[in-house]
Design a protein around this ligand. Structure first.
Ligand code: NAP
Length: 444
């Protein structure tokens, strides 16, 4: 009898694991469990709505579900609807691809104020995640401080400055578009704690923010700081060139022309030391410390602060967890200290780094380890594999837990396409879980 494998999480890392599993004839069944009624994880609830091309990756991922060996169990929460012990009773092995969708804290005064939020929360909200509430009252926000110098910081800065008309043509939920209509951000200050050569931006994303419509750019760095050195890696040289070009472009702009524009500031060697406010954010104290120089303090009046300092995965009860790296310790995907039946892939395996495609090789490594272990006679003897395998679908039906299968997910998509057609967009996301389930189950 072939292997029955559960994959927990239907984001790109989980689906790449499914694809890798399907390449083995020894695999008879792959069940994908996802807590949301929709698949695609951060591709759906992380990639910015104004980046539709990236989202087309979902078409290639969807093909995995055309294989009759694969079943989708959406709206099934592992830990609540199904336990880890249940999974071990149903399957020969389990691959956890639960990602990292929470925010890390900075630990500075004022972080808890209304208007101060993590990028993971802000992004999940504007991409329509059903479990995420609006992070704060955003009405009347004119100045935003973004902390961090990675691609997520670029995303939240760009989305905040994009013309509303452009966002209206995307799959952003209408309630989010309405909120964005009320928030009037005209100034964003991005704080990078190190220099321009250390930013983690990628070329295309940085170039896009440096050339946004109706937005001038202020690069707070000297020409010497933006100069290239022969030993700079190519990505660093490219970013420095983009910063230099942006600085030159705006150097001679007429003040009266600039007055009508929004402004994107890049500050380097700069940290936030305190968020000011009584109930809501009113400003941010910053400190700039260039190498070899004394710290210089300043204050930015702002109504919102977004920390984009990296995502954080959550522990899975019963499995080990490294709280500093926010990942599950593993050996080439096999969870440390387990008996060879539990695996990890994606951000929960390696930490929140890398682009979507990075997860493909990562999943291939995990699946190679899994298949080698399951087929190794020496290891097999020590595996506590289930003697009988109750079917997960039966167990869920018995527990009266409704799950969304792949066909029902496609009905949700159809409902989203229909909503899009009403508003001149290709598709518009449904946000409310109950509404998604009604669409899935064909109820009005
Ligand atoms: P990231 O690339 O790791 O960037 C995190 C940023 O936060 C870094 O600049 C880091 O500075 C800074 N930081 C960390 N701790 C800090 C602290 N205590 N105080 C101040 N700054 C701090 O993470 P990310 O932006 O969340 O992105 C995660 C991954 O998703 C990345 O691989 C990214 O490329 C990918 N992604 C890609 C896209 C895209 O391709 N369009 C979009 C979004 C995300 P240091 O460098 O000094 O540590």
């Amino acid at each position: 009898m072939g292997h029955h494998i559960a994959v927990v999480g239907a984001g790109p890392s989980g689906i790449y694991a499914v694809q890798a599993l399907l390449s083995s004839r020894a695999v008879e069944r792959v069940d994908v469990l996802e807590s949301l009624p929709a698949p695609y994880g951060l591709l759906r609830y992380g990639v910015a709505p104004d980046h539709p091309k990236t989202k087309t990756i979902s078409r290639a991922l969807a093909r995995a579900f055309e294989d009759p060996r694969v079943r989708f169990f959406g709206n099934v929460h592992v830990g609540r609807d199904v336990t880890r012990a249940d999974l071990l009773a149903h399957y020969d092995a389990v691959v956890y691809a639960t990602g990292a969708r929470y925010d890390r804290d900075l630990g500075i005064e004022g972080e808890e104020l209304a208007g101060s939020m993590g990028a993971a929360h802000f992004v999940a909200w504007y991409t329509g995640h059903p479990d995420v509430l609006k992070p704060a009252e955003l009405d009347g926000t004119t100045t935003l401080v973004v902390i961090g110098a990675g691609n997520v910081a670029l995303d939240v800065s760009r989305i905040s400055l994009q013309p509303l008309a452009l966002l209206s043509g995307t799959d952003m939920p209408r309630e989010v578009i309405d909120e964005f209509g009320d928030w009037a951000v005209c100034e964003v200050h991005l704080l990078a704690r190190r220099g321009p050569e250390h930013v983690k931006f990628t070329r295309v994303e940085l170039a896009e923010l440096l050339t946004l419509p109706d937005t001038r750019v202020v690069i707070h760095a000297s020409d010497a700081e933006l100069a290239e050195h022969p030993d700079h890696p190519r990505e660093v040289a490219t970013n420095l060139r983009l910063f230099r070009e942006a600085k030159e472009r705006w150097a001679d702009a007429a003040p009266e022309a600039m007055a009508k524009l929004k402004t994107m500031h890049f500050h380097f060697w700069t940290v936030a030391t305190r968020i000011e406010g009584t109930e809501a954010v009113t400003g941010v104290d910053i400190e700039t410390t260039r190498p070899g120089e004394e710290p210089v303090g300043a204050h930015i009046e702002a109504q919102a602060v977004i920390r984009a300092i990296g995502y954080r995965g959550e522990p899975i009860p019963g499995l080990p967890f490294d709280p500093d790296a926010c990942r599950i310790p593993n050996d080439a995907g096999e969870v440390a200290g387990t008996d060879g039946r539990e695996y990890v892939t994606g951000w929960i395996k390696r930490g929140p780094t890398g682009v979507i495609g990075t997860n493909k090789g990562d999943a291939a490594e995990t699946v190679a380890t899994l298949l080698a272990t399951l087929s190794d006679p020496a290891r097999q003897r020590s595996l506590s594999a289930p003697s009988t395998r109750p079917d997960l679908a039966d167990a869920l039906a018995e527990a009266a837990k409704e799950h969304v299968d792949w066909m029902q997910w496609q009905r949700i998509q159809e409902a989203e396409n229909a909503l899009g057609a009403e508003h001149g967009a290709k598709s518009i996301k449904l946000v409310d879980r109950e509404e998604m389930l009604r669409a899935a189950f064909g109820e009005q």
